[in-house]
Ligand binder design. Structure first.
Ligand SMILES: *[C@@H]1O[C@H](CO)[C@@H](O)[C@H](O)[C@H]1NC(C)=O
Ligand SMILES: *[C@@H]1O[C@H](CO)[C@@H](O)[C@H](O)[C@H]1NC(C)=O
Ligand SMILES: *[C@@H]1O[C@H](CO)[C@@H](O)[C@H](O)[C@H]1NC(C)=O
Ligand SMILES: *[C@@H]1O[C@H](CO)[C@@H](O)[C@H](O)[C@H]1NC(C)=O
Ligand SMILES: *[C@@H]1O[C@H](CO)[C@@H](O)[C@H](O)[C@H]1NC(C)=O
Ligand SMILES: *[C@@H]1O[C@H](CO)[C@@H](O)[C@H](O)[C@H]1NC(C)=O
Ligand SMILES: *[C@@H]1O[C@H](CO)[C@@H](O)[C@H](O)[C@H]1NC(C)=O
Ligand SMILES: *[C@@H]1O[C@H](CO)[C@@H](O)[C@H](O)[C@H]1NC(C)=O
Ligand SMILES: *[C@@H]1O[C@H](CO)[C@@H](O)[C@H](O)[C@H]1NC(C)=O
Ligand SMILES: *[C@@H]1O[C@H](CO)[C@@H](O)[C@H](O)[C@H]1NC(C)=O
Ligand SMILES: *[C@@H]1O[C@H](CO)[C@@H](O)[C@H](O)[C@H]1NC(C)=O
Length: 470
């Protein structure tokens, strides 16, 4: 009895002690050119239609009174080629969703495709609310929720916004069906902050056509890191892990843009923690990302082809001219103590940007822009007992600091000095082992004497950084 209980505990702790992150397995390819925009994709892979991939995006409307419409296209060859896109859902002029139908979040329940979408009547594009429409076909004939039933002449929000009119409000949904529960995750940004919120409804025989009436608010599930330029979250359910997995973009629109990954801390999807994104990078200026799933919003650990898709702003491109890209990913299980993300003081450009220092690839690297007050700070997600900080240099030790300090912090603001290091020899991996383990969530490397790159220029450059914990 005791042995059984102990083993159960071991197993429990083992499954908890894992970071389910994402690994970009190739850089991917472009799926929409950037003459206008197609962003915030919702992607469903239809197992009953030979894995046909449905994709809905927010795209350009006709102009000043109709900003955005939702367009649809599909692919029957794993996302390589796509049907011509067509308008699936438009705003109803003069109604509650007058200006836009944007940010689709789609789920199929029984015979219906349900599109959750963002719209507003405020010409400032603030004060958004969350709307819903449904159709028997993915590419059109949607009827909108009107507060009691389905009629597009008088759309009404399924989640209304009551905060200050100057704030973003509510929108950017992602919908998931688990057993008979519909999870509606959405952006809520008001004067108190920016969050991903959750509302849930239980489906039964009598509320199939009226379920939006019974949504129950569950509160904030993600507190967005506004200082990191984090945007909306697209969330799926992973049955094998019994957790929800979410993606967002951080440092959106910049050369440092990358994917932020979340996992729910349990199977109820009420709380999320950050996990790493490693492998092939997403494009420069990435924003508004989506991840593929089944028609009910499930992501299978095995036997399914996964990818993320996102709009991005290439260097020199102007606002709104955003191609859309597709990057294949797999779920990877990484031990606790794996670096979640790294903040860098500066970077030269996308080719040498910060995320290359935690992509788990020793051939890519980060470079600072100067040799003044540069640093990098790693985030372990929570406080760990760190025995060793390992720094992987570029080949031939280019840009590796000659002298540097290591500092530790729990809040990334107040740092305690740990040790100074001096390296004159070029080795691939430099292990800074601490005489007593350092308890901290953040560790910072601060060069004192800079090394030089292959052109003799003083810079701080690094291929990879990781820790060994107790
Ligand atoms: C990430 O994907 C690459 C390419 O498929 C693979 O070589 C690498 O082992 C993967 N990383 C992990 C941690 O699974
Ligand atoms: C695929 O997309 C095209 C273009 O929107 C549409 O005509 C077709 O019906 C879609 N296929 C399926 C199976 O939904
Ligand atoms: C739009 O923004 C302007 C400038 O902040 C403000 O004066 C105006 O009241 C806003 N309009 C609405 C409808 O909120
Ligand atoms: C909503 O649509 C249903 C079905 O067309 C209709 O019976 C009902 O009167 C509409 N309600 C409102 C408030 O417009
Ligand atoms: C939707 O509402 C309009 C206006 O109230 C009405 O004329 C129309 O018949 C309704 N459509 C359906 C399908 O109920
Ligand atoms: C179905 O769900 C609705 C809303 O949650 C509830 O009011 C109703 O009693 C339920 N009906 C049955 C048969 O369980
Ligand atoms: C980044 O800068 C390096 C050095 O100036 C240059 O070789 C490289 O082409 C640049 N990459 C991009 C994407 O601009
Ligand atoms: C590591 O990065 C290099 C350079 O971008 C790339 O060619 C290689 O495929 C990457 N390796 C893995 C395992 O992703
Ligand atoms: C971080 O918090 C732990 C307690 O959780 C404490 O022991 C440690 O000293 C703190 N580290 C720093 C660098 O403040
Ligand atoms: C450099 O290498 C020599 C010989 O392997 C070793 O004795 C010395 O400790 C190394 N110095 C540093 C700073 O690692
Ligand atoms: C540094 O630590 C790694 C384990 O992460 C080990 O494989 C390697 O041999 C160590 N290198 C040196 C130079 O001590």
């Amino acid at each position: 009895m005791i042995i059984t209980l102990l083993c159960f505990l071991c197993l429990y702790i083992r499954t908890q002690a894992i970071l389910n992150g994402l690994n970009g397995t190739s850089s991917g390819w472009q799926i929409y050119p950037g003459d206008t925009y197609h962003y915030g994709p919702s992607i469903l892979i239809d197992e009953n239609k030979d894995n046909l991939i449905h994709m809905w995006t927010c795209s350009q409307g006709t102009g000043s009174t109709q900003w955005d419409v939702i367009r649809y296209h599909n692919s029957s060859d794993s996302g390589k080629t796509w049907s011509l896109d067509e308008i699936a859902l438009e705003p109803t002029s003069g109604s509650q969703d007058t200006y836009s139908a944007c940010d689709p979040g789609v789920v199929k329940i029984k015979s219906y495709y349900y599109i959750g979408y963002t719209s507003t009547t405020n010409p400032n594009a603030t004060q958004n609310q969350l709307f819903l429409a449904r159709s028997l076909t993915p590419n059109g004939n949607y009827e909108k929720w009107n507060g009691t039933g389905w009629n597009s002449s008088n759309p009404q929000p399924i989640v209304a916004y009551h905060g200050p009119s100057s704030k973003y409000g509510i929108g950017e949904p992602s919908l998931v069906l688990v057993d008979n529960l519909i999870y509606v995750y959405y952006t809520n940004a008001d004067d108190t902050g920016s969050y991903t919120d959750l509302a849930i409804v239980q489906l039964n025989a009598t509320n199939e056509d009226t379920w939006p009436l019974y949504l129950q608010y569950k509160g904030h599930v993600i507190y967005r890191r506004v200082n990191l330029g984090e945007d909306s979250t697209d969330i799926k359910w992973c049955p094998q892990l019994q957790r929800f997995i979410g993606v967002t973009t951080v440092n959106r629109f910049s050369s440092q843009a990358t994917v932020g990954v979340y996992q729910s801390t349990d199977r109820y999807g009420l709380q999320f923690q950050s996990t790493p994104y490693i492998g092939h990078r997403v494009q420069e200026g990435t924003h508004n990302i989506g991840i593929s799933g089944s028609t009910t919003g499930w992501i299978q650990l095995e036997n399914q082809y996964h990818f993320v898709s996102y709009a991005y702003q290439p260097q020199g491109s102007s606002w709104g001219k955003w191609p859309t890209y597709l990057t294949p990913v797999q779920i990877v299980q990484l031990p606790l103590g794996t670096v979640i993300d790294v903040a860098v003081s500066s970077n030269v450009n996308w080719s040498m940007s910060g995320p290359f220092v935690w992509d788990h690839n020793f051939t890519t690297y980060w470079s600072s822009q100067s040799a003044n007050n540069e640093f990098l700070t790693i985030n372990l997600g929570t406080v760990f007992s760190v025995k060793t900080l390992s720094l992987v240099s570029r080949s031939l030790g280019y840009g590796f600091p000659v002298d540097f300090a290591v500092r530790a912090s729990n809040d990334s603001q107040n740092f305690v000095h740990i040790i100074d290091q001096h390296y004159t020899n070029t080795t691939t991996v430099v292990n800074c082992s601490f005489t007593t383990p350092v308890q901290a969530r953040y560790l910072q490397v601060l060069p004192i004497t800079y090394g030089t790159d292959e052109h003799g220029i003083k810079l701080f450059q690094l291929a990879e950084i990781y820790v060994q914990t107790d």
